[in-house]
Design a protein around this ligand. Structure first.
Ligand SMILES: [Zn+2]
Length: 290
């Protein structure tokens, strides 16, 4: 199992970080967890193509976890790729229909691309066959607790306290025969996520607050700091911990050093801060970089 961090930031614009997105490569499958703004470009920078993606899973439908969804689906379709399998909480089916349906946001574009003679000519020249079909992502709405067995891998999920009741929010765990990876999405500390993360080879946990930052009392209760996350990782006996979803105000060298100090003081496993385009190969000796 290889994990490529395609987006380790938050909704704020950042040169350093795209919004949330993690590509997991297992066998021939290319599983994308979340697809926030900038993830599409990071995918291309990593050397992959939009049509390489076989599955997309959304933890929740905050914009910074799905802003590049439309771009990815459209680009994969334009490459002539097979329809991607999409899993996420409601209303992902309605959102997809509103984007790519016959009366959707992209209907005028899709009518032009499929019916204009010039576009048809280019499509055929690229090996396509007429009539050109529309994008048809296969969407399945899921709820916390949903489990998918894909043969080589299985995905488990649990509730992640974050933006309920307006949004359904989940954490995900991917297991193969020889590796396990947990991605929390955005979450408060809770027993369900702790159970999900137990014994994982890699835990990627969001961190939206510095130790001692008490500025927003509600956010305080919903977003654990680096010490609390490191302690959680220790209780779960995970092998490796990466913090992600850093706010811009937490993303200077001094703040990152503080987070690393706190993590390493409270967790004996491998601890680091996720960076865009970081690669973690769980099937081979641990390595970072491209
Ligand atoms: Zn969120």
């Amino acid at each position: 199992m290889k994990i490529i961090c395609l987006g380790t930031g938050c909704p704020e614009p950042s040169v350093r970080r795209a919004s949330s997105g993690y590509l997991v490569e297992i066998g021939e499958d290319r599983v994308l967890l979340d697809c926030g703004g900038g993830v599409f470009d990071r995918l291309i920078q990593s050397g992959r193509r939009p049509s390489d993606i076989t599955h997309i899973f959304f933890t929740h439908l905050h914009s910074d976890h799905m802003m590049d969804y439309a771009r990815l689906v459209h680009a994969a379709w334009d490459e002539g790729g097979a329809p991607v399998k999409v899993f996420g909480p409601p209303p992902i089916a309605e959102i997809t229909e509103k984007l790519f349906g016959r009366h959707g946001v992209f209907a005028t574009d899709l009518i032009a691309r499929t019916e204009n003679p010039g576009s048809q000519e280019v499509w055929e020249e690229r090996g396509g066959v007429l009539p050109r079909p529309w994008p048809e992502p296969h969407v399945v709405e899921i709820e916390p607790g949903h489990r998918i067995d894909a043969g080589l891998w299985c995905l488990s999920s649990c509730n992640a306290p974050h933006a309920q009741p307006q949004l359904t929010c989940m954490a995900f765990r991917l297991d193969t025969a020889d590796a396990s990876f947990v991605y929390t999405g955005d979450t408060a500390l809770c027993d369900d996520v702790e159970t999900l993360a137990r014994g994982a080879d890699l835990l990627i946990h969001w961190c939206y607050r510095m130790v001692g930052d008490e500025a927003h009392p509600f956010i305080r209760s919903m977003s654990p700091d680096a010490v609390e996350i490191a302690q959680l990782a220790g209780r779960c006996r995970v092998k490796q911990l990466l913090l992600t979803h850093l706010r811009t105000a937490m993303d200077d060298a001094t703040s990152r050093d503080k987070m690393l100090y706190h993590m390493r003081a409270h967790f004996s496993g491998k601890a680091d801060i996720a960076e865009d385009l970081m690669v973690i190969d769980l099937a081979a000796p641990q390595s970072h970089g491209q």
